[in-house]
Design a protein around this ligand. Sequence first.
Ligand SMILES: [Fe+2]
Length: 432
Amino acid sequence: MKDASPIVSFQQINNAFSHESVMTRTHNEADAKTDDPIEAASKLAALGNALKVLETADAEARSKVLVAADHRVASLLQTYLAMKSSEEGKVEASAAGANEAKFDDKDVLGWIGSFFSWWKRLKPAKWLAAPPEPETIPNNPEDFRMAVLGDWGTGLYGAPLCAKSIEAEKNIAQDDKGYGVLMHLGDVYYSGDDHEVQKRFLDLWPKNPNTVSRAINANHEMYTGGHAYFKKILKGFKQPASYFALQNDHWLLVGLDSAYADKDLAKDQVGWLNNIIAKADKRKIIMFTHHQPFSWLEEQHPKMTGKLGQLLNSKKIFAWYWGHEHRCVIYDQHDAWGLHGRCVGHGGYPYFRKNWSELGAKKEDENWWQLGKKNFTPGGRVLDGSNQYIDGHDDPQRYGPQGYMTVEFRGKNLNEIVHAPDGTKLYEKQIA
Ligand SMILES: [Fe+2]
């Protein structure tokens, strides 16, 4: 089977790399690709770390679902092994629409040298500067709906159905106006190369007519330098840069790039944003990033929020949507910053459920747990349940629900809906 975007499991990688001959060849190729012994040693150490990270992730998963780590070399290795397995037809159909790469030590002996060459050639894509003025939201700018998907770029599990439900919006819309804006909050697995961007993202992205699509840059896209993100996704979406602003008379939607510089705001995004906000009049501001400004369970990103300190402390941001963390959380309004935070990172990645009761949450209903306020992080509600789209791979009870959000703009009013992949409404609230 060729051209298959297969899953690359740790088990397959480990079986191949456990052979002495593969390790010896790996050492030799690392040395052969550079005159600098420090570079060779650091590449080997990074590869060793990659195997460790995948081992840990796999030990937790113990299943055949797609497992991706927030680790550049681990993701590069998976992308490369997927590509070579695909090219050579070493792919078998697996469950739930997925394919799995099936290679052995002899294959890796043949591929490891070119992996090092490929890795060495990867440099960050050229930064693109955004236009200084916001674009006007096209079509019916007063009254439009936006679909928000995060960490959706697996092409598997609930992800394709989310896209189909957005395309078939008339089935779930309150009216027939459809979506005006489609927003991806980032992450195309494993490392967003050309093939993965095409197969796991662009081929499946909803094709609603008269809609503007925008994509946020993310860590997995940047593992290969972001070339496919900058050249294929941005070009396909007619998006001028990895940060952007869209507005109408009441709302200013701003996407920022927190991945070109990891968990930071690269280049002059803050200066650009301040200029735009200075001219925003009474418009309410909504932010979109891949990384979280705060989290109930995961780390915070002080480089990013620090650069936005003045905006945050002056309560100028009305709402902020992000991904990266694979779950759906609707936070209460932030005490100090006044914003409505939403984590929408449950679009496509198969993530484990937490024991919310043990973590001190209180069950609200069959879909939601209530989170109390914790340190600087507001309380809120987190989506929980089983994941029927994992079926055939593993126990659906182990994995959390996937889905997407709709944000409805009606003049000054803003209404939020959380959907299951099939479009079913799981939550709805007007917040403005
Ligand atoms: Fe991420």
